[in-house]
Design a protein around this ligand. Structure first.
Ligand code: TPP
Ligand code: MG
Length: 574
């Protein structure tokens, strides 16, 4: 056949045209036809040590760059190893395309090598999960898969497609592939209803204490969001998924007085944010006096738990700009007393926190407090550094102490293990920026082998292991709430620096806080590098103190749970 190549070659052409910077994966015979063509086309393949890490890397790449992340994994265990990281990408709304292997059609349902119903396994945690059996349609289906992963009016997230190996080897005519499928890079946008914008402007004008809360869906709307904060005079809170979008110095920013802002707001405007457990499900238990306005590009960040009195559905940046314009005439007269008072308290409290960080006393065991890590990092990190946090107690401390303006963590899924793969992907995407992942020793262990990927691919990240020889947040919970019965939550006092040296990383083990700054400076100079920091178990993190680890019935935090019980007249004993 003239003008004809294999489906595998077309997949490589599709990816080359749509431009993912690199593909993350782990090879296997079922996907070798694609693997070979990708390599021949010159698309870099980052080969990892566990498929879950490939999807974590693709997700981090997507969240940090705005591009679709691509992972390539083989049939059977290659795909099932990805279940956790696909579920994490689902909750993170990360646009990821996972391409899996699949046994040839003639062996289907006959007990083939590496056969299991992948597409069914992944269906509930993907936007779409399909086996592509028709060779002529594969490129069209890939185009559709990428469009769906990017959202296009719906929630962005992971899409899974698998192509049986015989289909990959099938030769198809060039004429079967329309060139348009290779070229459409950006998903279509929807524009908000002007009537909803007017109704929202009325709510903002009527509010005395308006509060804006941003989420993942605001990521593409930074400038419009700041302009809206100026026009509305609202106070502003980010969340784990939107950290750094608006700088902490901005006049609206009130992150250090979060509880007071939520308690006192009379209007909450969510921007691209679900009202999930981190926001008390939008319940009056967490927001006792607020009306709600919801702004999002899709229903998934708009209709959950507490629909707004006004709901604005459409491109978030455009909607915020329209809303700012509607408020423009009277913006100067807006009462900013509440915003100013909260921001002043925020500034005062953050300054006090930063001053205290370096002086946080050691535990009763004489080992340093994890806060010393963040105090030392502040002296080493540049403004554009990328910070990643993973673990239990250490994540709770990092949320306050890790000061980077770009930030990712274990997220709403509480997905321990993201730290090393996220940092590797960040370092590859932004080779000139510092990348640091601060991981608990427990969380680090889940994908510790990915330091080998870092070494082989020169991912210039610094991995900091906060080593307390424990799954500590759980250990302290057992100690305090289960009458001291500590079971299965302690680890060995292992030397993770020695482990890293075995993989040819620069590595140091630090026990004295005075040595931290120097160690971090050397680590960034010789990255990839690992700094194993021996820290105390004798801590009480705010997540533990607020009750997150005891998992209350109604709400994630004890105070909200109590308020919810009171509100619903539920017996406190039940
Ligand atoms: C994959 C996974 N397994 C288990 C848990 C439950 N869990 C949450 S925090 C935590 C302890 C984490 O220990 P470490 O990473 O060492 O951090 P530390 O609390 O010691 O600072 C555990 C086991 C989880 N969230 N995710
Ligand atoms: Mg630990």
């Amino acid at each position: 056949m003239r003008g004809a190549v294999t489906v595998a070659e077309w997949i490589a052409r599709f990816l080359a045209a749509r431009g993912p910077a690199r593909v993350f994966g782990l090879q296997g015979g079922h996907i070798q036809p694609i693997w070979d063509r990708l390599a021949a086309t010159g698309i870099p393949i980052v080969d990892v040590r566990h498929e879950a890490a490939a999807v974590h890397m693709a997700a981090a790449h997507a969240l940090l760059t705005g591009e679709v992340g691509v992972a390539l994994v083989t049939s059977g265990p290659g795909v099932t190893n990805c279940v956790t990281s696909v579920a994490n990408a689902d909750l993170e709304r990360a646009p990821v395309l996972v391409i899996g292997g699949c046994p040839p059609a003639r062996q289907d349902h006959r007990g083939p090598l590496q056969g299991t119903p992948h597409a069914e396994i992944l269906r509930p945690i993907t936007r779409r999960s399909r086996t592509l059996r028709i060779a002529d349609q594969v490129v069209r289906e890939l185009h559709e898969a990428v469009t769906i992963a990017q959202g296009a009016g719906n929630l962005p997230g992971p899409v899974y497609v698998e192509i049986p190996t015989d289909v990959l080897r099938t030769v198809i005519a060039d004429a079967a592939v329309l060139p348009e499928f290779l070229l459409h890079r950006s998903p279509p946008r929807t524009l908000a209803d002007p009537a909803a914008i007017d109704a929202a402007a009325t709510c903002v004008r009527a509010a005395q204490r308006p509060l804006v809360i941003s989420g993942r869906g605001a990521a593409c709307a930074r400038d419009a969001l700041m302009a809206f904060l100026d026009a509305s005079g609202a106070a502003y809170l980010d969340t784990q998924e939107s950290r750094g979008l608006v700088p902490a110095e901005h006049a609206a920013y009130v992150g250090a007085v979060r509880a007071a802002a939520m308690r006192d707001a009379d209007l909450v405007v969510t921007v691209g944010r679900k009202l999930d457990y981190q926001l008390g499900y939008g319940s009056p238990a967490a927001f006792p006096g607020a009306r709600f306005v919801r702004i999002a590009a899709h229903a998934g960040e708009m209709g959950d738990n507490r629909p707004g009195e006004v709901a604005i559905l459409g491109d978030v940046a455009a909607a915020l700009t329209m809303l700012s314009q509607a408020l423009q005439g009277d913006a100067r007269d807006r009462d900013r007393t509440w915003q100013r008072a909260l921001h002043e308290k925020h500034v005062e409290r953050s300054a006090r926190f930063v001053r205290a960080l370096a002086g946080t006393p050691a535990g009763n065991d004489g080992r340093m407090h994890p806060n010393r890590i963040f105090a030392a990092l502040r002296d080493v990190l540049r403004d554009d550094a990328i910070g990643i946090a993973d673990g239990g107690d250490i994540l709770s401390f990092a949320r306050l102490g890790l000061s980077t303006s770009t930030y990712l963590d274990a997220g709403a899924f509480g997905c321990l293990g993201v730290g090393v793969p996220f940092a590797n992907a960040a370092a590859l995407a932004f080779p000139s920026r510092q990348v640091v992942a601060v991981c608990g020793d427990g969380a680090f262990g889940l994908h510790a082998m990915e330091i080998d990927t870092a070494a082989r691919h020169r991912c210039k990240a610094v991995f900091v292991v906060a080593n307390n020889a424990a799954w500590n947040i759980e250990r302290v919970d057992q100690e305090r709430n289960y009458a001291g019965r500590v079971t299965g939550t302690t680890l060995a006092d292992s030397d993770y620096a020695a482990m890293a040296r075995a993989f040819d990383l620069h590595a140091e083990r630090i026990t004295d806080p005075a040595s931290l700054q120097g160690a971090f400076e050397r680590a960034f100079a010789h990255a990839p590098a690992l700094v194993d920091v021996v820290v105390t178990r004798d801590t009480l993190s705010s997540d533990l103190e607020k009750g997150l680890s005891i998992v209350p019935d109604h709400q994630p935090l004890t105070a909200w749970d109590n308020a919810e019980r009171e509100r619903l007249h539920v017996d406190p004993a039940r």
